[in-house]
Design a protein around this ligand. Structure first.
Ligand SMILES: [Zn+2]
Length: 298
């Protein structure tokens, strides 16, 4: 069994349908090592990671896709982010009164927000309800409403891996010009999704992708593209923490030193601890004052 975490695209040669497969082992372990989650929260977070990796294939530019669930139930917040470089991170917050494992039991009245955030340019966010049903249903609903794309998704998560399969009807404009589909195959989407519905959780979790596709779509002509590596990587940095501190303002930060000699900022995603003493803070704001000073001369 291959243990390399990867995202792999495939295409049906005779039907306007594309797909993605993802499997996270090491990436998933990096998340689980940093925080201990109760099983239902862990499973949802794993599903969100696999799903955000699958959807990150939609990013046509440098940036990231952020999936966020907020609710009124025991699970208050779950976030998963995948960048165009396929770097993933995820975190969940919950209360201790977990009483069920289904999505509605976890989140109560909740919403799923999917944000596409380009490095340059405007961010785009779409929101759907998750109060009834599953994460995959909510995502399929989102894709249909926000992107006008028929999409189906299958996810499998346990303590060792988070995996997923996505199928998507290609937009007609994109497909017909590029490929010469000889006959109209009106039934293809139904046929292919019915076949994919037969996938077992353990197949999704362990079968090599080429074998999995052969098992599911034996009679279809499927082209599998090269696998892209996926890994855990947090996008936090000293610069980002600096920016946050700057936004709080000099007076606010300096007043914190009355109670402690060191200010520490902890990144929840990766547990990295950023620490600043008074000198660090004076230096940080001193460089700002210099910039401001030069501006006031104009
Ligand atoms: Zn971090």
């Amino acid at each position: 069994m291959s243990t390399k975490d990867s995202l792999q695209r495939f295409l049906f040669e005779n039907a306007p349908i594309r797909g993605e497969l993802v499997r996270l082992n090491a990436t998933w372990q990096e998340v689980l090592q940093r925080h201990t989650y109760p099983e239902p929260v862990r499973n949802l977070l794993g599903e969100m990671m696999a799903a955000s990796a699958l959807l990150s294939a939609m990013l046509k530019f440098e940036g990231s896709l952020i999936m966020q669930i907020q609710g009124s139930g025991p699970l208050t917040l779950a976030v998963s982010e995948c960048t165009s470089e396929r770097n993933l991170r995820a975190i969940a917050n919950w209360h201790d009164d977990l009483s069920g494992a289904s999505l509605p039991e976890l989140v109560g009245k909740g919403s799923l927000a999917i944000t596409i955030e380009p490095k340059q340019g405007r961010r785009y966010q779409g929101i759907v309800d998750v109060g009834s049903g599953s994460l995959t249903k909510a995502i399929e609903d989102y894709m249909h409403r926000s992107q006008q794309l028929e999409t189906r998704m299958w996810l499998a998560v346990d303590e060792t891996q988070a995996s997923g399969l996505l199928l998507q009807k290609m937009p007609e404009s994109e497909d017909l010009h590029e490929r010469d589909l000889l006959e109209e195959d009106a039934d293809a989407w139904n046929r292919v999704t019915v076949l994919a519905d037969t996938v077992h959780q353990d197949e999704l979790a362990t079968l090599p992708f080429d074998q999995l596709l052969r098992r599911l779509f034996y009679e279809e002509d499927v082209r599998l593209f090269e696998a892209e590596p996926v890994s855990f990587r947090c996008s936090c940095s000293k610069d980002r923490v600096h920016n946050t501190l700057r936004m709080l303002g000099y007076e606010e930060i300096i007043s914190l030193f009355e109670e402690r000699p060191i200010i520490s900022v902890n990144c929840e995603f990766c547990n990295h601890l950023y620490e600043f003493d008074r000198v660090d803070i004076e230096e940080l704001f001193a460089s700002d004052f210099k910039v401001e000073g030069s501006h006031t001369k104009h």
